[in-house]
Design a protein around this ligand. Structure first.
Ligand code: DX5
Ligand code: ZN
Length: 215
């Protein structure tokens, strides 16, 4: 299993310190939540934040693009140092093209499905994607409650992956803690994003240990 702390819940005034803390504690990736105030009702970071983070960590940057017109932003985030660009299926009319474009920029490409979006919407890109992010909350804010029904969605996606011998990683994001992680882990998820649980509910190192040890 891989843990991807979300800096959305870090202390923005001490961001480098918080990133160093989770890296030292064994984080596998760093999750960066980009929100444009349009695709979701909240506003966070742009490419300049990714560029600022890049030199302070060796962790891969997992950039979650909660933006309208993601294709327009892919080159800037790739140039800024993103390792993975995660594109919402709901945000583009041409998901296949968006995935191809991201990969042509030399980064890994992932697709994201909101809780209300069917897996059938991403079926045609599954053979080419590096990662699928199954949202386990409605996107926009940290600290929301995990949606238990999403574990079945992860299980169906994992079964499709196995049936076709596809190799994308399955990531879950939203409301992940040492209790809710169990169902999505059992369902076949590989990467677990956690924001508030890691940064605001205890010492990050201890919180990450709880996630790894959760049954
Ligand atoms: C929500 C974001 C998440 C968020 C998760 O829209 O995509 O990455 O940071 O925060 P928690 O873990 O607090 O639900
Ligand atoms: Zn996210």
């Amino acid at each position: 299993m891989k843990i991807a702390p979300s800096i959305l819940s870090a202390d923005f005034a001490h961001l480098a310190r918080d990133i160093e803390t989770v890296q030292a504690a064994g984080a596998d990736l760093l999750h960066v939540d980009v929100m444009d105030g349009h695709f979701v009702p909240n506003l966070t970071f742009g490419p300049s934040m990714v560029a600022a983070i890049r030199p302070v960590t060796s962790l891969p940057l997992d950039v979650h693009l909660m933006v309208s017109d993601p294709e327009a932003w892919l080159p800037a985030f790739a140039k800024a140092g993103a390792d993975k660009l995660l594109i919402h299926a709901e945000a583009t009319q041409n998901l296949y093209h968006a995935v191809q474009l991201a990969q042509s920029l030399g980064v890994q490409a992932g697709v994201v499905v909101n809780p209300g979006t069917s897996l059938t919407v991403i079926e045609e890109v599954l053979p080419i994607v590096d990662q699928v992010l199954v949202m386990t909350v409605n996107p926009g804010f940290g600290g929301q409650a995990f949606l238990p029904a999403m574990a079945d969605k992860v299980a169906r996606l994992a079964a499709m992956r196995q049936a076709h011998d596809w190799h994308f990683a399955i990531e879950v994001d939203g409301g992940i803690n040492d209790q809710t992680i169990s169902s999505v882990k059992a369902a076949g998820a590989d990467i677990f994003v956690a924001g508030s649980f890691v940064f605001t509910q205890g010492e990050p190192e201890a919180q990450m240990t709880k996630l790894r040890q959760a049954k």
